[in-house]
Design a protein around this ligand. Structure first.
Ligand code: GAR
Length: 186
């Protein structure tokens, strides 16, 4: 059984969807959820799902040594960033090279980079008048949203879309494709 660690900063609906999906099989499981935000709703989701929650500060993340020890102690095979806000430090990208994956709610390389998180991404897509958006699942390296692309899936942007309606369409794509993309990596 492969051990997955999910990093999340906010609501954590992807974290929950991954945990529930993998719990149905015997190939992998979400062994822990890591969070940088003590107010994030994902903390309540972790409690409900009975999944260990590791909360860390910016300093602990930047140094990464104690986090890496924790990840190793849990025998984590793959780190999944699902709505995680901070740039991953090189110590961590090196320790988990090729085993660190992110989901981005747009078609990279457009609408990526610093500050491009969650609703800000959908607003930017609408402001730019794009006709389509989608998801990008990619490996993580030291630069925001620039690692090797594993999968992109598109969806239309509709004339009357709001950031919320577009976010909902993109979230549905994430739920449909993220577990399978992770399964492939495992
Ligand atoms: C997801 O749409 C994810 O793609 C996005 O944040 C949302 C988190 O939703 N990630 C980024 O924007 C990363 N740059 P969730 O907390 O409900 O899973």
């Amino acid at each position: 059984m492969k051990q997955i660690a999910v990093f999340a900063s906010g609501s954590g609906s992807n974290a929950e969807h991954l945990a529930v999906t993998f719990a149905k099989g015997n190939r992998a499981r979400v062994a822990a959820i890591y969070c940088n935000n003590p107010k994030a709703y994902v903390i309540q989701r972790a409690a409900k799902l009975n999944i260990p929650l590791v909360l860390f500060t910016r300093a602990e993340f930047a140094d990464a040594e104690s986090l890496i020890r924790d990840l190793q102690a849990r025998q984590i095979d793959l780190i999944v960033l699902a709505g995680f806000l901070w740039l991953v430090p090189e110590t961590l990208t090196r320790a988990f090279a090729g085993r660190l994956v992110n989901i981005h709610p747009a078609l990279l390389p457009k609408f990526g980079g610093k500050g491009m998180y969650g609703m800000a991404v959908h607003k930017a897509v609408l402001d730019a008048g794009e006709k389509e958006s989608g998801i990008t699942i990619h490996l993580i390296d030291e630069v925001y949203d620039r690692g090797k692309t594993l999968l992109q899936v598109k969806c239309p942007v509709l004339p009357d879309d709001t950031p919320e309606s577009l976010a909902e369409r993109v979230h549905q794509l994430e739920y449909s494709h993220f577990p399978g993309a992770i399964e492939k990596m495992l």
